[in-house]
Design a protein around this ligand. Structure first.
Ligand SMILES: NC(=O)c1ccc[n+]([C@@H]2O[C@H](COP(=O)([O-])OP(=O)(O)OC[C@H]3O[C@@H](n4cnc5c(N)ncnc54)[C@H](O)[C@@H]3O)[C@@H](O)[C@H]2O)c1
Length: 274
């Protein structure tokens, strides 16, 4: 029970890594606010948390909205009385991304050349539509900033904030132009927040996952040429699981990491071994 008595908000908590964090944290004694755009998956996660004997509430929230972030963090205080842990897992790989595991739809969007991993890299970069860039930055970067601001204002006696960066934040080829830049910026934002909030007892760390098996990477698994290209970069030669990210998040959320702030943890099967 490493999070006994703690309250955690997880943005993007309805699927993938966010969902795994909700369930892992609940199993360790935390009550959870599940924030997501997707109501069905969000409510499923609430039920899963309750089945583990903890309380949870779903808030339908757009990560890119300042008002929605305020409502999400306030829901933690209203329902549970305090807010101790934030995980910012809401994220998109591209403008049209929806976390529904629809591989055919994703491939169709990729073929239409929206700055995707299937296009020739120079073309994907030079022809990237501005709204692709803007939407990805709005959700991945501004969404992370807004969540940190709204949560930080409510973490009176201290707390732990965990952002989701990526290996793509340090290696351009691991993502699209907009995605990689958004994740590099999340890492700098994490360091900035860590330094600024340290005096108030709030720790801020990033997880920079490698290739993790979720809806976001379903298309990679479905296209042999992509899977081969991605796995060639991973010494452990397999995808990671959401649970493996949640285990790291649990360490960062708990008091076991009480002297750790401003760090990035690459949970990546050895991607960064060079
Ligand atoms: N899967 C990977 O290999 C991988 C690798 C590195 C980083 N990440 C990052 O981890 C985070 C979680 O990704 P995942 O793989 O679990 O993806 P996922 O698609 O399984 O889950 C993402 C969740 O975020 C939600 N979401 C998307 N846009 C939102 C918005 N505007 N407002 C609120 N919720 C929104 C989705 O509905 C979904 O529930 C993302 O930030 C992603 O960039 C993933």
């Amino acid at each position: 029970m490493r999070l006994q008595g703690k309250v955690a908000v997880v943005t993007g908590g309805g699927n993938g890594i966010g969902r795994a964090c909700c369930e892992r944290f609940a199993a360790e004694g935390a009550d959870i606010v599940v924030a997501d755009l997707m109501e069905g998956p969000g409510n499923d996660v609430v039920a899963a948390v309750e089945a583990l004997g903890r309380s949870a509430v779903f808030v339908r929230a757009d990560a890119a909205s300042a008002d929605d972030n305020e409502a999400t963090m306030q829901a933690a205080v209203d329902r549970f009385g305090h807010l101790d842990v934030l995980v910012t897992s809401a994220g998109i790989s591209g403008k049209g991304y929806v976390s529904d595991g629809d591989v055919a739809g994703t491939l169709e969007r990729m073929a239409s050349g929206d700055g995707s991993a299937l296009a020739d890299p120079a073309t994907a970069f030079l022809e990237m539509p501005l709204d692709e860039w803007q939407t990805v930055l709005d959700v991945n970067l501004t969404g992370t900033l807004l969540a940190i601001q709204s949560a930080g204002r409510r973490m009176g006696g201290g707390g732990s904030i965990i952002t989701l960066a990526s290996i793509a934040g340090k290696q351009p080829e691991a993502g699209t132009p907009a995605y990689s830049v958004s994740k590099a910026a999340v890492w700098m934002l994490t360091k900035f927040a860590a330094k600024t909030l340290a005096p108030s007892g709030v720790r801020v760390n990033a997880i920079g996952p490698g290739f993790i098996e979720t809806n976001m990477t379903a298309v990679v698994k479905a296209v042999p040429q992509l899977e081969e290209r991605f796995m060639a970069q991973v010494p452990m030669a397999r995808f990671g699981t959401p649970r493996e990210i949640a285990d790291t998040a649990l360490f960062l959320a708990s008091d076991e990491s009480s002297y750790t702030t401003g760090e990035i943890f690459h949970v990546d099967g050895g991607f960064y071994t060079e």
